[in-house]
Design a protein around this ligand. Structure first.
Ligand SMILES: [Zn+2]
Ligand SMILES: [Zn+2]
Length: 134
């Protein structure tokens, strides 16, 4: 089981949100393992062209956030390519309230990790990623 063991802390108002997953891009050695990280609805889409999948690229667990209402999703980023190198699938996150695709927010995990995630309380865009002790 993968633990959701990261938190985000707003640098401005110190609001904390628990339960994020990040990284793990190296855990998945083959395409069927990596497809198992996707949402059920996306698995169905991928299954339709499964035989065309040749290679993949992933940044691991990532955050997508709506530019309008700040709602977010923490899902596994995935790109699938066919044998010609054309992208045939990209993980997307759709905000149904705003009818907008959420923006991908890149995450670099190192000593002090910052993320451009907009605070649900004060609306400012700098958070620190904290790893919870398990
Ligand atoms: Zn804040
Ligand atoms: Zn929205």
């Amino acid at each position: 089981m993968m633990k959701n063991n990261y938190s985000l802390e707003c640098e401005h108002c110190k609001n904390l949100i628990y339960g994020f997953k990040f990284g793990l891009r190296y855990l998945f050695g083959n395409i069927s393992n990596i497809i198992s990280t996707q949402r059920e609805s996306d698995k169905k889409i991928i299954f339709n062209f499964y035989d065309d999948v040749h290679t993949f690229y992933s940044k691991g667990y990532s955050i997508y956030q709506c530019a309008k209402c700040n709602s977010y999703e923490n899902i596994y980023h995935l790109l699938l390519y066919d044998i010609k190198g054309e992208c045939i699938f990209e993980t997307r996150s759709f905000c149904e309230n705003c009818n907008l695709l959420r923006d991908y927010i890149s995450v670099e995990l190192d000593e002090k990790s910052f993320i451009d995630f907009k605070c649900l309380k004060c609306n400012k865009a700098s958070h620190i990623i904290k790893k919870n002790k398990s």
